[in-house]
Design a protein around this ligand. Sequence first.
Ligand code: SAM
Length: 316
Amino acid sequence: MGIFDHARPSDQAVSAPGEASAKGRYVVKDQPAVAPALAAGLHIVATPIGNLRDMTLRGLEILAAADLIACEDTRITRKLLGRYGICTPVTPYHDHNAAAVRPRLIRRLAEGAAIALVSDAGTPLVSDPGFKLVRAAQEAGLAVTTAPGPCAALAALTVSGIPADHFFFEGFLPAKSAQRRARIAALKDIPATLVLFETGPRITAALADLAGALGPRIATVCRELTKLHEEMRRGELAILADQYAGGAETRGEFVIVIAPPADEAQSAPADVDSLLRGALDRLSVKDAVAEVAAVAGRPRRELYQRALALAKERPR
Ligand code: SAM
């Protein structure tokens, strides 16, 4: 899916096509700009996961000044470049041609080229191609640098309302149910928040399997982050599974963030009162209960009465 297809209306057409056509030139908000010279080497550049304005200035400079951009789908990357008036040549580098293309890229790097690597969206290498290219470049003694930026996993983690201090990034679960269940069983006791990628066609089945194996853990399902139809659903896994089985929107791209196992949360100093007091400073009783349930791994019904009592004690 193209990264611009669902951009908010205000994010459309920030470039002035034709204004920037020479190497190193790009356009931001109708203003032509010239990128500084770029050192030779492989430059890993993150690109937006939906909202075009999430492209970083340094990423733009690198894309404009590079000799070549290696990308998954040249049509998607050309759209990004077109929006910013960048004319750098692109070449495909994806799972199906990587073995053949990688030596050619390494040769060009060794000759002194500056090559940028991007994926269709987000941070290359994170459930995307690039790891073997980075490793080959490093083994050949070539420079590798990064221009960090958007990443769906981290974006979801930060809005999930679930602790982000320890997390385990799983990427995609297997597509087939038997393998998926086996993999979920292996994740069950990891004492950390879990972060998973999922596709629309598989979100309902994946949530059902997660609910079945992980029990009453709180999760946040993030759909279409930074895009027009961005949506977050939060609750116990079984409730989320029911919502998707019952017709919640499954179109789009998803990240599932799951709270740590209850034992882990409870073995932390789970001073529920102080957690509730802190949450009540910012939130309604209902939202405070939901937040603390996720953080402390306690059922909401257990926290609700306590939250009401604490709310009554508060100075008005
Ligand atoms: N490397 C990318 C990154 O850093 O975000 C992820 C690439 S992976 C092939 C694509 C998956 O990322 C999607 O299937 C979905 O799970 C997740 N994803 C990407 N964009 C998203 C978005 N805007 N909202 C929610 N999930 C997204």
